[in-house]
Write a protein that binds this ligand. Structure first.
Ligand code: CO8
Length: 260
């Protein structure tokens, strides 16, 4: 298959796995082939001991303009119900235990915005535009949008975006807490890869434990979350890296993590 026919492009940069969504003519509209390939690439990096963090990016014009409307337009209820639409291949990202960063330039609309929301960190270029415009199609942000967006930015802003199809520019998305950082477009990939590289240099089991603990904060009452965190902390003391990290600090040297 030629590079231009591959729905995602996969590369490694040191301990960072880079996945580029690759349907530029359709503004990276997310069809089955792309979501299958994305899931496969994510799981392969997650299983690779040489990888500590993963970056998903799109093109300069679009991270992704949403689910593929052309593919969906004539589907019936039974097509999506029996075919387990979304469950089938959109939720693979939830199985990834290593940190996943989204590097977003241009449109992150509908499913594209939802994909970014499913990542752990969003780095936005100044050109980034975030929207859940499904209401214009009489559809619904059904790949986690109605659930992750209010958790990320609160009910007031989330209702506004979901019900009016309001688009947020990068500065608004930053102010509301939808994104982690905003950078100039020309520096988006380089800055996100540098951040991912910094993260990947830390102890992998500690990163995975922190990701699981922060995600638990979204999904459970405080008492349960604190309990989860406490066990995660105790487990750190079974990690060679944690002892190395603390002793390196005391010895005033750089730690050498073995990722175990
Ligand atoms: N699906 C399929 N094709 C698309 C999509 C899409 N989501 N977005 C863009 N394209 C195609 C266009 O049809 C066009 O194709 P062609 O050149 O053959 O005409 C090409 O990409 C370029 O697009 P435009 O000419 O429209 O580019 P513009 O720069 O004029 O506009 C926009 C860019 C504003 C992003 C515009 O393309 C747009 O509004 N796109 C649709 C955005 C949208 O509605 N997204 C939500 C889709 S629904 C969804 O994501 C649901 C997710 C949850 C799943 C659960 C059920 C729905």
């Amino acid at each position: 298959m030629n590079l231009q026919d591959q729905p995602v492009l996969v590369e490694t940069r040191g301990r960072v796995g880079l996945i580029t969504l690759n349907r530029p003519r359709q503004l990276n509209a997310l069809n089955d082939a792309l979501m299958d390939a994305l899931g496969e690439a994510l799981l392969a990096f997650d299983a690779d001991p040489g990888i500590g963090a993963i970056v998903i990016t799109g093109s300069a014009k679009a991270f992704a303009a949403g689910a593929d409307i052309d593919a969906m337009a004539d589907w019936s209820f039974m097509d999506v119900y029996q075919g387990a639409f979304i469950t089938r291949n959109w939720e693979t990202i939830r199985r990834v235990r290593k940190p996943v960063l989204a590097a977003v330039a241009g449109f992150a609309m509908g499913g594209g915005c939802e994909l970014a929301l499913a990542c752990d960190i969003i780095v936005a270029a100044e050109s980034a535009k975030f929207a859940l415009p499904e209401i214009k199609l009489a559809m619904l942000p059904g790949a986690g949008g109605t659930q992750r967006l209010p958790r990320a930015i609160g009910k007031a802003k989330a209702m506004d975006m979901c019900l009016s199809a309001r688009t947020l520019d990068a500065a608004e998305a930053d102010r509301y807490g939808l994104v982690s950082r905003v950078v100039p477009d020309a520096e988006l990939l380089e800055r996100t890869l540098a951040l991912a590289g910094q993260i990947a240099s830390f102890s992998l089991p500690a990163l995975m434990a922190i990701k699981a603990a922060v995600n638990r904060a979204w999904e459970s009452p405080l008492t349960e979350g604190i309990l989860f965190e406490r066990h995660a902390l105790y487990e750190r003391f079974a990690s060679a890296d944690a002892h190395e990290g603390m002793h390196a600090f005391l010895d005033k040297r750089t730690p050498e993590f073995q990722h175990r």
